[in-house]
Write a protein that binds this ligand. Sequence first.
Ligand code: NAG
Ligand code: NAG
Ligand code: NAG
Ligand code: NAG
Ligand code: NAG
Ligand code: NAG
Ligand code: NAG
Ligand code: NAG
Ligand code: NAG
Ligand code: NAG
Ligand code: NAG
Ligand code: NAG
Ligand code: CU
Length: 576
Amino acid sequence: MGFAFPPPTFSIGTLLLALSIFLVLPELSAGITRHYKFDIVLQNVTRLCHTRSTVTVNGQYPGPKIVVREGDRVVVKVVNHMQNNITIHWHGIRQLQSQWADGPAYITQCPIQTGRSYVYNFTITGQRGTLWWHAHHSWLRATVYGPFIILPKRGVPYPFPKPYKEVPILLGEWFNEDPEAVIAQSLWTGAGPNVSEAHTINGLPGPLYNCSAKDTFKLKVKPGKTYLLRLINAALNDDLFFSIANHSMTVVETDASYVKPFVTDTILIGPGETTTVLLRTKPASPNATFFMAARPYNTGLGTIDNTTVAGLLEYTSTSPTSMKKLPLLKPTLPAINDTAAAANFSTKLRSLATLQFPANVPQTVDRRFYFTVGLGTRPCPKNQTCQGPNGTKFAASVNTVSFVFPSTALLQAHYLGQSNGIYTTDFPNNPPFPFNYTGTPPNDTFVINGTKAVVLPFNTNVELVMQDTSIQGAESHPLHLHGYNFYIVGQGFGNYDPVNDPGKFNLVDPVERNTAGVPSGGWIAIRFRADNPGVWLMHCHFDVHLSWGLVMAWVVNDGPLPGQKLPPPPSDLPKC
Ligand SMILES: *[C@@H]1O[C@H](CO)[C@@H](O)[C@H](O)[C@H]1NC(C)=O
Ligand SMILES: *[C@@H]1O[C@H](CO)[C@@H](O)[C@H](O)[C@H]1NC(C)=O
Ligand SMILES: *[C@@H]1O[C@H](CO)[C@@H](O)[C@H](O)[C@H]1NC(C)=O
Ligand SMILES: *[C@@H]1O[C@H](CO)[C@@H](O)[C@H](O)[C@H]1NC(C)=O
Ligand SMILES: *[C@@H]1O[C@H](CO)[C@@H](O)[C@H](O)[C@H]1NC(C)=O
Ligand SMILES: *[C@@H]1O[C@H](CO)[C@@H](O)[C@H](O)[C@H]1NC(C)=O
Ligand SMILES: *[C@@H]1O[C@H](CO)[C@@H](O)[C@H](O)[C@H]1NC(C)=O
Ligand SMILES: *[C@@H]1O[C@H](CO)[C@@H](O)[C@H](O)[C@H]1NC(C)=O
Ligand SMILES: *[C@@H]1O[C@H](CO)[C@@H](O)[C@H](O)[C@H]1NC(C)=O
Ligand SMILES: *[C@@H]1O[C@H](CO)[C@@H](O)[C@H](O)[C@H]1NC(C)=O
Ligand SMILES: *[C@@H]1O[C@H](CO)[C@@H](O)[C@H](O)[C@H]1NC(C)=O
Ligand SMILES: *[C@@H]1O[C@H](CO)[C@@H](O)[C@H](O)[C@H]1NC(C)=O
Ligand SMILES: [Cu+2]
């Protein structure tokens, strides 16, 4: 399965696009409006010889591709034709002056209920590269996701050789059972959720599973060409290693920010992250077929889906030898618990940091935060038997607070000045009681629950250190911040040392991202400038940890100028 490129756009967009070609509008002209319609419908999908009713957009799994240019306006009408509530999040889009279009349920909007619709309307400002969109309510994103590709403005080249073709590679997880039933069961029993049956590339598990050989993604390539692969990890709960047999890749961009190019055989990609690579094909058809494969990186104690998805890289050849059965070469992926390989990849990432694409790292800090991220437990309700650790329920937290989603949207409460009873602003700046975070866990691992936020004045320069804990096992956590990109100024293993570690921070060319892996048994330091007023979720992008409460919210107040204020909500904003 390949994707056509450039994409189909619709109505006004197509018309304007055609006009702009004829009129030869000046370069860097204002963007055009791209219209899309997302019908949320159930569709029977068969994988691994197992058919189940699946939540989809327009009946497609994975969902449709959005392709726009920097500066364009994007208008997506989402109509919900199924029983569940749903919202859509435009992962990595900054939503400047369009805060109501971000999408997380009960944060920036109430969900779109059965038979209702909502128009997401936003412009793409100062961003270009690979992003994606996905459902942001419960575990619906298991099947409701797709690429969101932002091309540079017309006439602006990539800062790397122009590729011959561009190909989205969506990595995902397939469950034979309804993912909504899987998480509901876990939340009820307190145990870890059932794991997925397969990983997928563009929705297809590939030949390494029972009854799936026909569902294999094939990338047909010509020799001697450069392909741009837009990798997206849409898996629910797994960091993934990705590799292509006998081919190396050049990483050029992550999370829609250009990076200093580097060559690698293996990519590490966490859920929510995107990585764009150049793949240079062999100069002549190599008389072989190559697997591209992905499987998890994981150090946690729980059971995970440790299976391997494979797709095929096939060279087109005009020679009759192509009719012969070619040898199939397989890549060597790092061991599942190979933390050294994971760190080796993530520490190579550096911002491009040129005049045209500068790294605007805050050089001074107004507010410092230290957050522990990790698992914990919740007591078992009185008349129930729970299947979590020692008869408790699994939970997760930031600074021991396990987030409870409210029953009305936080952004609405903030806009109306009615936080009372909906959220509190006492989220702790530091862990409430210090311990050896990466050593022996404390006896009491219970979390407290709450809907707590940190309030930031407009334009605050924030430095945040996120520290993994070893409670219920050290593991990496892909932390995603809505509404912002941040710079990863430092990372390390063990406990963060506030005296000696800041001296090693990179304030020159740190990588800019919207999602970052807190290393297993380690920490990460990020900086961002709070220049986007609104209410912004920050959470682990493992959906199981999100469901268990590894979530918090930043409330960024308005600035003094007109363009620095939260605009009023659109008239069709869903009601709770
Ligand atoms: C899915 O399959 C079931 C059983 O064959 C059928 O009743 C149902 O109508 C199908 N649903 C869709 C959306 O095609
Ligand atoms: C999208 O927002 C712009 C700017 O507020 C507005 O002019 C336009 O009418 C909106 N489009 C739709 C379809 O709501
Ligand atoms: C989870 O797995 C268990 C054991 O295989 C099974 O009994 C249960 O039905 C599964 N739960 C769901 C929601 O599929
Ligand atoms: C592929 O096979 C053909 C025919 O046997 C041969 O001419 C060609 O050199 C081979 N190419 C490579 C790269 O080995
Ligand atoms: C994958 O997990 C299963 C079940 O936990 C285990 O039996 C198997 O050895 C694991 N396979 C690999 C390759 O780690
Ligand atoms: C990874 O797992 C293997 C097999 O379970 C074990 O022998 C090895 O020590 C582990 N490595 C690390 C770095 O934990
Ligand atoms: C105990 O279980 C019963 C029946 O499931 C339920 O109605 C009741 O609310 C529960 N009591 C408590 C204290 O949770
Ligand atoms: C398990 O829980 C019980 C009851 O809460 C407690 O007494 C016991 O110390 C716990 N055991 C462990 C190993 O945490
Ligand atoms: C924390 O625990 C780790 C692992 O047991 C140990 O190596 C380290 O020395 C401990 N640190 C402190 C400050 O006690
Ligand atoms: C934690 O539990 C251990 C073993 O049960 C005990 O020796 C220790 O005193 C406890 N520590 C605290 C702080 O309660
Ligand atoms: C939060 O904690 C309180 C007290 O333990 C409990 O009654 C309530 O149900 C919890 N809420 C959630 C969503 O877990
Ligand atoms: C859908 O959302 C509304 C508004 O928050 C809520 O009242 C309702 O219970 C939700 N329905 C389901 C099935 O969760
Ligand atoms: Cu996590």
